[in-house]
Design a protein around this ligand. Structure first.
Ligand SMILES: [Zn+2]
Length: 312
């Protein structure tokens, strides 16, 4: 009896609370003016670790971003390309974010960022040398950003594409005219350019069924050959009658990229993976390889973001 009275109360309470709670998690779309790239322009940066917001100059912010996003030992022209890509992405991202600050330090949402203390920890006795090098990359390109139709582009980047970058529509829904698949040679020098992961067939099935309970997998024969994108990354696989995208497989098995081949041997399933990251936009290891060949940061950016203009 008591249960019968309490249940409707819970129901009413839930009806009243859910819309309120839901709005707490809804992104607040904001229209902002495009960030200024003039000297001394400041931006607000939300530190997602200590939950504080700090105002700083665009150059100080970009120094922390380049330090976090690209190895400081890379060629200067590659670091300059990274600085321009990061400045452009900052402008793109800040124009409509779901947090109060212009940008945040969460790489899953905006871009990674190292504080001065973290740079000291990472670089140790090389701090002075690397800090000066990254400052050089940021200041020698000060104010420069990339545009398409006079708008800052979505200048996404990744570690290495595995020989080719991807079309944006291969990974996300929209096809942006400047995010098209291009060759990305020279990445193979990177450590972990190729990686592999083995699981038992039982583990493989369990992972798939956890997310797709409808998949009927009895044997290796229920797993199709992958359908590939133009760049050779896995677009999708048919597993036990269910189509699963390469990106979903990557996320389920924590693979370094969607450029993988599947190998069945004995009771094991092995993913042989090439590259690292989503594969769209600038490849950082590809950028470094171009720089080593004597290419400039403008050559690098024009290659990985096709048809864009340089603006200041
Ligand atoms: Zn953010």
């Amino acid at each position: 009896m008591k249960f019968l009275i309490i249940l409707p109360l819970y129901y009413i309470l839930a009806c009243l609370t859910v819309p309120f709670v839901t709005t707490l998690f809804m992104p607040r779309e904001k229209e902002r003016e495009t960030l200024s790239t003039e000297n001394n322009a400041t931006i607000s940066v939300f530190n997602h670790v200590n939950k504080t917001t700090e105002n700083m100059s665009m150059e100080d912010y970009l120094t922390g971003v380049v330090a976090a996003e690209m190895p400081a030992a890379f060629e200067l022209e590659a670091l300059k390309a990274q600085a321009v890509a990061a400045r452009t992405y900052t402008m793109y991202k800040s124009s409509s974010t779901d947090h109060e600050a212009d940008v945040c330090t969460d790489y899953n949402h905006c871009q990674a960022y190292l504080t001065d203390e973290e740079m000291h920890t990472n670089w140790g006795s090389d701090y002075d040398f690397y800090f000066a090098k990254i400052k050089d990359a940021v200041y020698s390109t000060q104010g420069e950003f990339l545009t398409y139709n006079n708008e800052p582009i979505m200048a996404v980047f990744h570690s290495m594409g595995g020989g080719y970058t991807q079309n944006s529509s291969d990974v996300w829904q929209a096809q942006l005219p400047y995010l098209v698949s291009v060759p990305s040679p020279g990445e193979e020098e990177a450590v972990n350019y190729k990686s592999s992961l083995s699981v038992t067939f039982e583990e493989f099935c369990a992972k798939v069924k956890e997310k797709y309970p409808g998949a009927k997998i009895e044997s290796f024969l229920d797993v199709s050959q992958p359908a590939l994108t133009q760049s050779g990354h896995v677009k999708s696989l048919l597993i036990g009658g269910v189509t699963i995208t390469g990106s979903e497989i990557r996320s389920m098995f924590n693979l370094r990229s969607t450029r993988f081949a599947l190998n069945f041997e004995g009771d094991n399933v092995t993913f042989n993976v090439t590259g690292y990251g989503h594969g769209v936009g600038m490849s950082q290891y590809g950028a470094n390889a171009m720089a080593k060949e004597g290419k400039t940061y403008k050559d690098i950016l024009s290659h990985y973001y096709q048809g864009v203009a340089f603006s200041e």
